[in-house]
Design a protein around this ligand. Structure first.
Ligand code: ADP
Ligand code: MG
Length: 218
């Protein structure tokens, strides 16, 4: 199993008191599998992705990646997990403003020691950003930044690909094309994709859909 959540609970303390977001959730994601994560706004989809990516800790339960408990890792192990195993595409693109597109694309791949020029060339061509390589993030539209962010993540060949509405800023045609790339790469690399989406049309392209409601996955 690429990713397993076992009895995972997460709450936030807010001014209004304790908000229980995830209530003893179990979830499995297999290598090569793609799963759509749906649920109303505020249901905890991003929270779940943050936990799976090792960006935050659950209050209880275990998060296993390829059998290893992420919560049990020390800071160094955690950093290594994020660098080597996980690919994140979030709603904020977090491109590095001082680097051009080409350097942004290879940034994570270099950190993961998986920099591969030919692979990056194919990716930027398929994502339709090959003419933008010399530009800086501020010179790109939202949709272009999104494609660069996806390219940067895929360039590093993550085992676990976590995406929070990755095609939300793209028109339907571009969004479909980008999702097709993500899916084919997930399959060929034996990686696993967990993707938050509001679109049932996009969700149908993935292997299965899970729904987050009232702190539970159904
Ligand atoms: P979704 O992605 O499904 O819209 P989120 O996981 O972002 O939902 O948030 C779930 C709930 O937790 C929301 O009510 C949100 O306001 C709250 N929340 C998220 N992060 C925090 C935080 N760091 N502190 C307090 N509340 C938070
Ligand atoms: Mg969210």
């Amino acid at each position: 199993m690429m990713l397993s959540l076992r009895n995972v609970s997460k709450s936030y303390i807010t001014a209004e008191g304790r908000l229980e977001i995830l209530k003893s959730i179990d979830f499995d994601l297999d290598a090569g599998e793609s799963v759509a994560l749906t649920g109303e706004s505020g249901s905890g989809k991003s929270t779940l992705l943050h936990l799976a990516g090792g960006l935050d800790d659950p209050d209880a339960g275990q998060i296993l990646c390829a059998g290893d408990d992420i919560a049990a890792l020390d800071d160094r192990g955690r950093a290594e997990y994020r660098r080597l195993s996980v690919g994140l595409v979030f709603q904020q693109f977090n491109l590095i403003p001082s680097l051009d597109v080409a350097a942004n694309i290879s940034f994570h791949a270099k950190l993961a020691r998986r920099h591969d020029r030919e692979w990056e060339r194919q990716l930027v061509e398929r994502l339709g950003i090959d003419m933008l390589l010399a530009r800086y993030p501020e010179q790109l539209s939202g949709g272009q930044q999104q494609r660069v962010a996806i390219g940067r993540t895929l360039a590093a060949r993550p085992k676990l690909f976590l995406a929070d509405e990755p095609t939300g800023n793209l028109d339907e045609e571009t969004g479909d094309a980008v999702l097709d790339i993500m899916l084919s790469l997930t399959k060929t690399a034996g990686a696993a994709l967990l993707m938050v989406t509001h679109s049932s049309r996009l969700a149908r392209k993935l292997d299965r859909t899970v729904h987050l409601h009232a702190g539970k996955i159904t």
